[in-house]
Write a protein that binds this ligand. Structure first.
Ligand code: HEC
Length: 212
């Protein structure tokens, strides 16, 4: 008597689990539903801003859910796309003016939504200070990214370092796929010329970044 009660209960539980699995949408469908809900509810002051909701191929790869890790092939694809996106200034010179770079690195304005409008500026700021420590002794700095204090003093100014730094700022995913550093040149936030100024700011021995 007791045994058959147990058997029926077990069977019932198994049937419930099977029914649950059969009706629960798979990961891709759940994701589609969630994306539809988010985009359906999203409003923007100008329709052009809604384009930001459409992910490019790299963002799709980088948005894997539930902490899933990238496969080697996915990481390679993000690196390849990022490297292909990089444009160099017409002059071919990657080291600009460190003074202009210093100003831009501390400037967090441009492309913000303020009072329901997209902020328009002649020149966007570099946002570096939001995430990085810059010259020694500056107090109001971010720590999302590593400290850049002494960057050029530690690494020197070889052509390879200059190119690495330019590429990093232009599209940070060119060497760290899906990093939390924005792709400042590739998204059009900064121009190639502005990036050359920030390269000089990080590398020039005269720059406050490299002074004790
Ligand atoms: C939203 C935060 C954020 C902003 C804004 C940002 N970075 Fe980064 N940065 C990071 C993170 C996180 C890393 C580490 C991961 C990586 O290398 O991509 C990083 C790494 C770097 C590196 C590589 C450091 C190394 O040791 O080789 C450089 C150089 C750099 N950032 C420069 C800049 C400059 C210059 C700016 C402004 C134009 C900037 N970053 C803006 C977050 C940011």
């Amino acid at each position: 008597m007791r045994k058959s009660w147990l058997r029926w209960t077990l069977l019932g539980v198994l049937a419930l689990i099977a029914a649950g699995c059969a009706t629960y949408p798979d990961q891709a469908t759940t994701r589609q539903m969630a994306e539809k809900m988010v985009s359906g509810d999203f409003t923007a002051p100008t329709p052009a801003l809604l384009k930001r909701l459409a992910q490019d191929r790299s963002q799709q790869i980088c948005s894997k859910i539930a902490g899933a890790e990238l496969t080697q092939a996915e990481a390679d694809e993000v690196l390849k796309l990022a490297r292909a996106s990089i444009k160099y200034p017409a002059s071919g010179k990657l080291m600009g003016d460190w003074k202009a770079g210093n100003r831009l690195a501390h400037d967090g304005a441009g492309d913000r939504i303020q009072g329901g409008r997209l902020e328009k500026r002649k020149e966007n700021g570099g946002l570096c200070q939001n995430c990085h420590a810059l010259a020694a002794g500056e107090i109001n700095v971010g720590n999302v990214g590593p400290s850049l204090t002494g960057f050029g003093a530690q690494r020197g100014n070889s052509a390879a370092i200059v190119k690495y730094t330019y590429d990093k700022i232009y599209n940070s995913w060119a060497n760290v796929p899906c990093s939390n550093m924005p792709r400042l040149g590739a998204t059009g936030h900064l121009t190639p010329e502005q990036i050359t100024h920030m390269v000089a700011f990080l590398i020039d021995p005269q720059s406050p970044i490299n002074r004790k």
